[in-house]
Design a protein around this ligand. Structure first.
Ligand code: TXA
Ligand code: MG
Length: 305
């Protein structure tokens, strides 16, 4: 049985005893485990049915902790951390050997993030552990932004979900890698490329959707209902179908769209449409991350999994 709890000590105990637990972050809910315990991290992969070639992000309490799990950290990381951490930015760095291979899926890098959610921060402080936590959805599905969403994804697969309310950001962290000779954005997220470049100058992008690169699976964030961008529709997609439009008209800006994106997708998925149609946002600022999530959600359909 899976229980939703507000008791932080319960989550702390679960982590210390090598179990996985649903945890609130400011971006989306995570499925956490002790990052130093390879058996605990394996449970994350099993619970999510996540492919083992896809590494997981590790959450730490503050900037000083980065050096405990990563080496050769360039100055740009500290500049960015000063600006955006705690918060929705993940640094991919060269990992130290104290991090088990399963965390990084055999790569010699590690994704580190300092989350700002006060409940998650208490968990980090009390456990004194680095906490590995990918989003708490089953692999390929919509990321959860409330404890109830985690329940609908992982019911009976985990003991506890720590309830920290609805996520205040609603879309995942931006991932930037410093393992090559140039900073590279691996996943667009809440912190935009423009904001990052104001601090460290030009970045490169590696966001081709090649299935071989971790973090870049083409098909992801997918509802059960087929979903497609209006620009890509063909007649057969909509002929005699019950159509649902993903409508962002009531939201005043892209932040508000990001905040509601996954929960709206989940709600629409319950409404038994035969196809969900969405309209592409301007590909700038946070629009890039939102379009990206919806493109990936649509990919499964256009390529008949
Ligand atoms: O906002 C977030 O980042 C949320 C919350 C829970 O922190 N986490 C999250 O984790 O979105 P996940 O696992 O759903 O997505 C993390 C992505 C994965 O696609 C993974 O491939 C990539 O980060 N990643 C993790 N470690 C990496 C590494 N060492 N090198 C390259 N990519 C990495
Ligand atoms: Mg995810």
């Amino acid at each position: 049985m899976t229980l939703i709890t507000k008791d932080i000590d319960t989550a702390v105990k679960e982590l210390l005893s090598g179990n996985v637990v649903g945890l609130p972050t400011e971006t989306v809910y995570g499925l956490g485990a002790n990052a130093l315990n390879d058996k605990a991290v394996l449970k994350i992969y099993e619970t999510k049915e996540r492919p083992v070639f896809n590494p997981v992000i590790v959450h730490v309490y503050d900037t000083e902790d980065l050096g405990k799990y990563a080496v050769n950290i360039p100055d740009e990381v500290f500049k960015l951390a000063e600006m955006f951490s705690p918060g929705p930015l993940t640094f991919v760095l060269k990992k130290r050997n104290n991090i088990p291979d399963i965390v990084s899926a055999g790569n010699d890098s590690i994704g580190l993030r300092i989350p700002s959610h006060p409940v998650f921060r208490k968990v980090l402080k009390e456990t004194k552990l680095p906490v590995a936590a990918p989003s708490a959805n089953r692999a390929g599905r919509i990321s959860p932004t409330s404890a109830e969403d985690v329940m609908s994804e992982l019911k009976d697969r985990i003991n506890y979900i720590l309830d920290g309310g609805k996520c205040q950001i609603g879309i995942e962290s931006t991932i930037i890698s410093f393992t090559g000779d140039h900073p590279k954005i691996l996943r667009h997220g809440f912190v935009t490329k423009e904001e990052i470049e104001k601090v460290i100058g030009k970045t490169k992008e590696e966001y081709s959707g090649k299935i071989s690169s971790p973090g870049q699976l083409k098909s992801h964030y997918a509802p059960k209902t087929p979903i497609r961008c209006e620009d890509d529709l063909v007649k057969e997609d909509i002929l005699n179908k019950k159509i649902g439009f993903l409508d962002f008209g009531m939201y005043s800006d892209y932040k508000e769209i990001a905040l509601n994106l996954f929960s709206d997708l989940r709600k629409m998925d319950e409404l038994k449409y035969e196809i969900i149609i969405w309209r592409r946002l301007k590909n700038e600022g946070l629009g890039i991350a939102i379009n990206d999530r919806l493109n990936r959600a649509s990919y499964a359909m256009s390529n008949e999994q």
